[in-house]
Design a protein around this ligand. Structure first.
Ligand SMILES: [Zn+2]
Length: 228
């Protein structure tokens, strides 16, 4: 993409934020202004909801602002990427990896931490996870070496895993990644004693796991099948 094209594509948001910032700075201190702008950049929030959130935090200083600051600081100070599975937690290995109630023989491979959290929301998957850290994408220049595929092969080669569930998104790139990982697993697993399964069809095409309700996710997991 050309520099000009890039500028053109981000311009409308810039204008909206800048316009809004001017509006805020006329009545708020620089600190409140900075907080509002930081919140407005969060996914799912825009300038209007950011202003509402800031007003709420100011009004409910003791019950909303103080606990939020403490929670943010605790996460910021302790934020770690799990060296085993790639999950984000304040412990390494993470809470999922160290949970002894989980079936260590079941391993679910997901694209992103968001997918892990989606599947783990209601304990839908009783095993452990492996986060690839993205999906193969020629368009975005993401190749196999950019994903935690070697780490996955090493984990499986380490033994003790009976089934690997490939829980990629039902997008073209997700499915390309799924087949690539399945091939690498079968190539490295000469003994063939590890089942490689995929989520059942019925996931909406183009569907991202993070956006699915728990019922749909549970069905897709329960009816998983061998990767062909
Ligand atoms: Zn972990």
């Amino acid at each position: 993409m050309s520099v000009t094209g890039l500028h053109r594509s981000v311009l409308p948001t810039d204008v909206a934020v800048a316009g809004n910032a001017r509006h805020i700075s006329a009545m708020a201190s620089p600190e409140i202004d900075a907080l509002t702008k930081a919140l407005a950049r969060l996914p799912g929030l825009g300038p209007r909801s950011a202003r509402r959130a800031v007003l709420h935090l100011i009004k409910k200083r003791e019950t909303a602002l103080v606990p939020l600051v403490a929670a943010l600081q605790a996460v910021e100070r302790g934020l770690l990427t799990c060296s085993v599975c790639g999950n984000v937690d304040t412990r390494d290995p993470c809470g999922v990896c160290t949970d002894s109630h989980r079936d260590a023989a079941l391993l679910c491979v997901v694209e992103d931490v968001a997918d892990l959290w989606a599947l783990d929301r209601a304990r839908l998957f009783p095993g452990r996870f492996h986060v690839l850290g993205g999906r193969l994408s020629a368009l975005d220049g993401v190749g196999p070496e950019d994903l935690a595929i070697e780490a996955l092969l090493e984990r499986v080669a380490g033994g003790g895993i009976a089934e690997v569930v490939l829980a990629m998104n039902a997008t073209l790139e997700g499915q390309t990644t799924m087949h690539y990982v399945a091939e690498r697993l079968s190539g490295s697993n000469a003994g063939g004693n590890v089942r490689v399964t995929q989520l059942a069809h019925g996931l909406p095409v183009g569907g991202e796991l993070d956006y699915l309700d728990e019922g749909t996710l549970a069905l897709a997991l329960r009816a998983r099948r061998l990767v062909e």
